[in-house]
Design a protein around this ligand. Structure first.
Ligand code: GLC
Ligand code: CA
Length: 560
């Protein structure tokens, strides 16, 4: 296959609402991004994936779209979008938008017609969504069609009085799921996608892409995820989008889908297939859940990090796609806690663990996605009140924890550890008021540590986390680290993260301690011709037996 631009790209995931506010309303916007385009050049990033910018009541920060063709007034105008595309392209930076095909907002005109039998377009749009009649219990009381649970907690069904039906929503109740079996609906979504392509966008991240098909026999299940996730037929829909819209227009795509088998992975992003170019998968995420916790269950309970699992997951993906597809590497996104708080240590070892996480991830092959703020080691939020949080998921889950017997403090700690809001607080530009994000109180509070952790400060320090990212990104390009061949060393070791990545010019050897305590590591490597390329304590010689400090990590560059 001819080499594509995205194989050499370093992608920055930009959370628009929290990046930079230009017009003093406390909300990040397009002009804010335009004013910072030089920043991406400086960091060495050449593609930006921007979170949903469409018109939306913002129940789920823009993933609930009420008009696909309009820019949210929070973020600017279509003219701003055109200006961004033009200025970014001048700087050789590609722009990727978030494409939400699984659902709309309940305030979208389609749904307004769908739910109202008196609406002139009711007939047509009712079938754009997924409806089921009520069931009745032995007392004749209405009950939901199934007990399926939404990804945000709570039922997937919401009752609609005027039609005496329930509609399906696998996320919030303000996000009804679209019916991908409806040909008109698909045609409308394809036309919409093409419209943004014609405007000049370079690619898309396709939201919730493995949920498009549902089991229309609606079997009983609790939570029932298998009935609305990864049902084989969704591949047909994606291929249709690929063949008709993405590939003929040479648009780059990355799908979002969890839990793919090898066969599925190849379907999604095999070089020969026409669904996506790359896949955002989640195998390495949430490798520290305490599955026994009954009070804040699932992802909400923090346990010990399973380092073996993280390494094995990445390795599994490298193996699966070897020669047949292209990997994405990333630590976290806007749906997860900050990686430094999650897999590192954001207090005593902020600097060391931040760099350890950079070395371990960014010397691996594949196309990296760096998440806004990661490059300066931004941490989880420090919020003390429930109403400091913003995410729709937080409030349903808080009620769940209370029902399960959590105290307020236990519930708040779970939120500060695990909520999606952790990754969404305003970018910490400098130590001025509101971290230089805005002149007015931001839509969501800044984290107080911005006086200490901010870009301006890190730019000054050549050894900062920021300058570490910058240096790694330069070498990624120079030495084509993305195309390297990776071999993990002692992958079953529970504490270390060690591997070699063989590139055309050199072999990068990463030796890292993922733990907060000192450990010993054995390296079956005997080379003389190497340099100590980077280290997060002090440079030191490569030896077969090494004693590593907490989070100590060293990168050696071995001559070929
Ligand atoms: C994806 C997004 C998430 C959003 C959901 C519904 O998982 O990453 O932020 O809430 O889809 O659109
Ligand atoms: Ca603004």
């Amino acid at each position: 296959m001819k080499r594509k631009w995205w194989q050499d790209a370093i992608i920055y995931q930009l959370y628009l609402r929290s990046f930079k506010d230009s017009n003093h309303d406390g909300i990040g916007d397009f002009q804010g991004v335009i004013s910072k385009l030089d920043y991406f050049k400086d960091l060495g990033v050449n593609a930006i994936w921007i979170s949903p910018h469409y018109e939306s009541p913002m129940d789920d920060n823009g993933y609930d779209i009420s008009d696909f063709y309009r820019v949210s007034k929070d973020y600017g105008t279509i003219e701003d979008v055109k200006e961004l595309l033009q200025k970014a392209h001048q700087l050789d930076i590609k722009i990727l938008f978030d494409l939400v095909l699984n659902h709309t907002s309940d305030e979208h005109s389609w749904f307004e017609a769908a739910k109202d039998p008196n609406h002139p377009n009711h007939q047509k749009y009712h079938d754009y969504y997924i409806w089921q009649p009520p069931k009745y219990d032995e007392h004749g009381n209405k009950v939901m069609p199934t007990q399926w649970r939404s990804w945000f907690g709570g039922p997937v069904w919401e009752y609609n009085e005027p039609t005496n039906e329930y509609y399906l929503h696998i996320f919030s109740k303000k996000m009804p799921d679209l019916n991908w079996r409806n040909e008109d609906m698909k045609r409308d979504l394809k036309a919409m996608t093409k419209w943004w392509i014609d405007l000049g966008v370079d690619g898309f991240r396709v939201d919730a892409s493995n949920h498009l098909e549902k089991d229309w026999t609606f079997p009983e299940g609790h939570p029932g995820y298998e009935y609305f996730s990864s049902i084989p037929k969704h591949h047909e829909y994606l291929e249709e989008m690929g063949v008709e819209v993405f590939y003929p227009n040479d648009i780059m795509t990355m799908g979002e889908a969890g839990g793919a088998s090898k066969e599925e992975a190849i379907k999604y992003c095999g070089f020969e297939n026409k669904e996506f170019d790359m896949l955002i998968q989640f195998g390495h995420c949430w490798a520290d859940c305490d599955w026994h916790n009954q009070i804040t269950p699932g992802k909400w309970a923090k346990g010990t990090i399973d380092v073996k699992h993280i390494k094995n997951s990445f390795n599994h993906w490298f193996e699966m796609l070897k020669g047949q597809g292209w990997n994405i590497i990333y630590w976290h996104n806007h749906d997860q806690p900050r990686v430094i708080s999650h897999y590192g240590n954001d207090s005593m070892y902020h600097d060391q663990s931040g760099k350890m996480l950079a070395y371990t991830l960014y010397f691996m092959p594949g196309t990296p996605i760096v998440y806004q703020g990661e490059e300066i080691g931004m941490t989880n939020v420090d919020y003390e009140n429930l109403d400091d949080f913003r995410d729709v998921e937080v409030f349903t889950e808080y009620d769940n924890f209370m029902k399960l017997g959590a105290s307020h403090e236990v519930a708040m700690q779970a939120l500060r550890d695990r909520a999606r809001d952790n990754a969404r607080s305003p970018f910490q530009w400098d130590d001025s008021l509101h971290a230089g994000f805005s002149n007015v109180t931001p839509w969501m509070n800044t984290v107080k540590n911005y006086h200490d952790i901010n870009l301006a400060k890190q730019k000054e320090d050549e050894h900062s986390i920021f300058n570490t990212y910058k240096k790694i990104f330069q070498y990624r390009k120079m030495d084509d680290i993305s195309s390297g061949t990776i071999t993990f060393i002692d992958i079953e070791n529970p504490d270390t993260y060690c591997y070699k990545n063989e590139t055309t010019h050199a072999i990068y050897l990463v030796v890292a301690n993922f733990r907060e305590r000192e450990i010993d590591v054995t390296l079956p490597i005997d080379v003389k011709d190497y340099e100590c390329f980077m280290s997060n304590y002090t440079d030191r010689p490569l030896m077969t037996q090494m004693h590593l400090k907490p989070y100590e990590a060293i990168v050696y560059k071995i001559k070929k």
